[in-house]
Design a protein around this ligand. Structure first.
Ligand code: ARG
Ligand code: GLU
Length: 719
């Protein structure tokens, strides 16, 4: 019986170890060796060299890291770039005024001259990637302590950087992969003159807002357009009226043929962070401890903010962005917990670990080297648990009470004034002023005190709490409203105009005075408690965990030979591929893979904050005036596929089998957000806006045909 059972588990493990086509965020440099064969068998019509090639223009030359947080792609020979609306939002917002409300109404330049500059915004191209593991790990041995290892690695990287072959206008950085078992060098080119060309109104670009966020079926036209400008020599240059549209090495052709079920697709971009190689114990901790704690804190914060936003138009404008930001991760974590549970992620990890352990035990050398790995990891994660939770509490709570943010800014400015150089102080002063100026614009003391009241009630639930908090609370008879009153009444830091004036007139005197400010003193104690009672232990255990995870990674690659490993996302350029397909979300709920403009109209709620539809779009719908962008009398809007993506992949191109642009990645389905921890091909899907909807909005809705005429539109399926 038990032999039969182990045979079955063996078979199960074997099947779950076979590389699943959809999973993986692959390094472009290694595609030829690792993926090309499989990609072709899945339907790809081009070669790995067409995707990544340093000797001649390849698809990678059309992909940019957009501003350090998103992905964009070049779609014309004149440097036109497309990304998501939510990626361009900051630029759109910065150019918006009451008279020119580009957030509400959209914006379209009618010629180059009308394109709007965005100080601080940049795009980065990847010139080439090199495996530099040997050089970086030279002299590193398994016996080294973490800090010793790090200083050797740093030294090697510094040495290496001196000898990198690159042009003066290029940059280079080295990053660790596979838990720092390998290192890769990236040579990059960053363009700093990136101008806003166009954006649809939010009622298209963010249609469905928070209600539809992370949700399929989706109907959002999540795109915005920019143009890269370069010096006359086509090299990176600071903003200047004399700059000219950048001529790229490569731009993407755009397919008007869309995608059908089962079609091969790939997504090329800059995924931020995943943790796919955690042991079961860590996954369980995320599910049972960290995610629920963070969700509970955000539940409270969102309820407070929402209550005010519904009553007060001014607060609604001030807090819309903050609300969206808090809600985004909050909703994702909920999907993550559900998805981990519904796919039995912990059990699957345990089965995998049992197989790993069995193989290790059967080999004396491995047994000596890796025999205790899993139990050491388990012990370390168990030790980590209370500190990880305390960190979540601390960051989630203090980060949302803006009186603390203000106090923190002033405390650290005072520190710099008293301990730093004159120069450092004047720089910090300017930065603080800028930061606080922005903060106060979107600050309501009323909302903030309500947040304090409910969130501090959560804070004291943790085991490691600031003594001053306990003292003050006791003095207020454990009455949170009363304590809140005592802190906020007469608190001068809640009055933005006064603080800004004081920082302008006599900052030194103001900083001295606020040394005894109630909020500054309280926040100081909370931060000091964290820094003395939590952070040191946390960092120490985390260091041990990092080392164990690195060894575990190395061990898996050695022991689980049949498995194809990809490195966790680390904000470097990756390619992921999969197929267009629907999914079964739960019993009897099956989702199709395409949405159409008809669905936008089904969701339409006149005048609604989330689901209003602009008049012109309704007219175009009624007249069915879709031009070359429609198909069988319908206009495609969004679609899903099994590509493995994460945050940072926003704006990434979805490419067809020939490498033509067919859509922009912008989200994942709710049931599948656990793909950051445990990708499951049955329910993990990425959501893309169909490029035909994007073109339709530009051409028919915004009547900006001068832009679509710049692009190369193709019909690959009609060949
Ligand atoms: N969930 C997507 C991503 O993480 C989209 C976020 C922006 N859209 C929104 N409705 N909040 O980042
Ligand atoms: N919306 C995410 C972003 O801003 C991409 C969606 C995801 O996390 O998969 O990068």
């Amino acid at each position: 019986m038990s032999r039969l059972r182990s045979l079955f588990t063996g078979i199960f493990v074997f099947f779950s170890l076979i590389a699943i086509a959809d999973e993986g965020m692959w390094i472009p440099l290694l595609l030829e060796r690792m993926n090309e064969k499989e990609m072709k068998s899945l339907g790809m019509k081009i070669s790995a060299k067409d995707i990544y090639n340093i000797n001649k223009g390849s698809l990678k030359d059309a992909i940019v890291n957009f501003g350090g947080f998103c992905t964009g792609e070049v779609i014309s020979s004149k440097g036109l770039v497309v990304t998501n609306h939510h990626c361009g939002f900051d630029a759109i917002q910065n150019h918006s005024t009451l008279d020119h409300n580009y957030i509400r109404d959209g914006f379209w330049a009618k010629n180059y001259g009308e394109e709007l500059s965005n100080p601080g915004l940049y795009v980065t191209f990847i010139v080439r990637i090199e495996d530099v593991s040997k050089q970086v790990l030279n002299g590193v041995t398994a016996a080294l302590a973490e800090n010793e290892r790090q200083s050797i690695v740093d030294k090697n990287i510094n040495e290496l950087r001196k000898n990198i072959k690159k042009e003066s206008y290029q940059d280079a950085f080295v990053r660790g992969f596979f838990e720092a078992n390998q290192y890769y060098l990236f040579v990059t080119e960053t363009y700093r003159d990136v101008r806003l060309v166009g954006a649809p109104p939010s009622s298209i670009g963010n249609f469905g807002k928070d209600t539809d966020n992370w949700i399929w079926p989706r109907h959002t036209g999540d795109f915005s357009m920019f143009r890269i400008y370069a010096g006359k020599d086509n090299k990176p240059a600071d903003y200047s009226v004399d700059n000219v549209p950048y001529t790229p090495k490569r731009s993407l052709s755009i397919s008007l043929d869309g995608a059908a079920e089962g079609d091969f697709t790939m997504v090329f971009g800059f995924p931020g962070r995943t943790t796919e190689y955690l042991p079961a114990v860590a996954v369980q901790q995320i599910m049972e401890v960290n995610d629920p704690a963070k969700i509970a804190i955000r539940d409270k914060a969102l309820a407070v903010i929402d209550g005010f936003m519904r009553k007060d138009e001014q607060i609604k404008i001030q807090y819309a962005e903050k609300y969206a930001l808090i809600a985004n991760a909050w909703k994702k974590w909920q999907g993550e917990v559900l998805g981990l549970a519904s796919t039995n992620a912990v059990d699957k990890k345990k089965t995998y670990e049992a197989e790993f352990q069995k193989r290790v035990n059967a080999n004396p050398q491995w047994k000596g080297q890796y025999g205790n790995l899993l139990s050491d990891l388990e012990a370390a994660y168990n030790e980590f648990r209370p500190y990880g939770l305390a960190r979540d509490y601390y960051l989630e709570i203090t980060g949302k009470i803006e009186l603390f943010t203000i106090a923190g800014q002033l405390n650290s400015l005072r520190n710099t004034k008293n301990n730093g150089t004159k120069n450092a102080y004047s720089e910090a002063l300017a930065k603080t002023k800028e930061k606080l100026e922005g903060l106060y614009k979107e600050y309501s003391p009323q909302v903030d005190r309500s947040l304090f009241e409910v969130l501090m009630e959560m804070y004291v639930k943790d085991k490691i709490v600031s003594p001053l908090v306990l003292e003050q609370l006791k003095a207020a008879n454990n009455d949170f409203p009363r304590w809140t009153d005592q802190l906020y009444s007469g608190e001068e830091l809640t009055a933005g105009n006064k603080v800004m004036a004081a920082l302008e007139q006599n900052p030194a005197e103001f900083l001295e005075r606020t040394k005894t400010d109630k909020a500054c003193v309280l926040y100081n104690d909370i931060a000091a408690t964290y820094n003395s009672a939590i952070a040191p232990r946390l960092n120490e255990i985390q260091g041990r965990i990092n080392k164990l995870q690195r060894t575990y990674m190395q061990a898996q690659m050695e022991v689980m030979k049949e498995k194809k490993f990809y490195p966790d996302a680390n904000s470097t350029l990756r390619l992921t591929y999969g197929k267009v397909k629907g999914y079964t979300a739960k019993d009897a709920v099956r989702y199709d893979y395409y949405t159409y403009l008809d669905g936008v109209m089904e969701k339409y709620i006149p005048g609604d904050y989330e689901f209003d539809v602009p008049k012109k779009l309704r007219e175009l719908y009624n007249s069915k005036d879709y031009g070359q962008y429609g198909k069988n009398g319908k206009l495609p809007v969004c679609f899903i596929a099994s590509n493995h993506t994460t945050g940072g992949n926003s704006g990434s191109p979805a490419l067809d089998a020939w490498g033509n642009l067919i859509g922009l990645n912008f989200d994942r389905t709710w049931e599948g957000t656990m793909s950051d921890i445990n990708f499951d091909p049955s329910i993990c899907r990425n959501i893309m806006v169909d490029i035909r909807y994007v073109l339709f909005i530009i051409d028919k809705y915004a009547e900006a045909g001068w832009l679509t005429r710049e692009m190369k539109l193709v019909h690959p399926k009609k060949k």
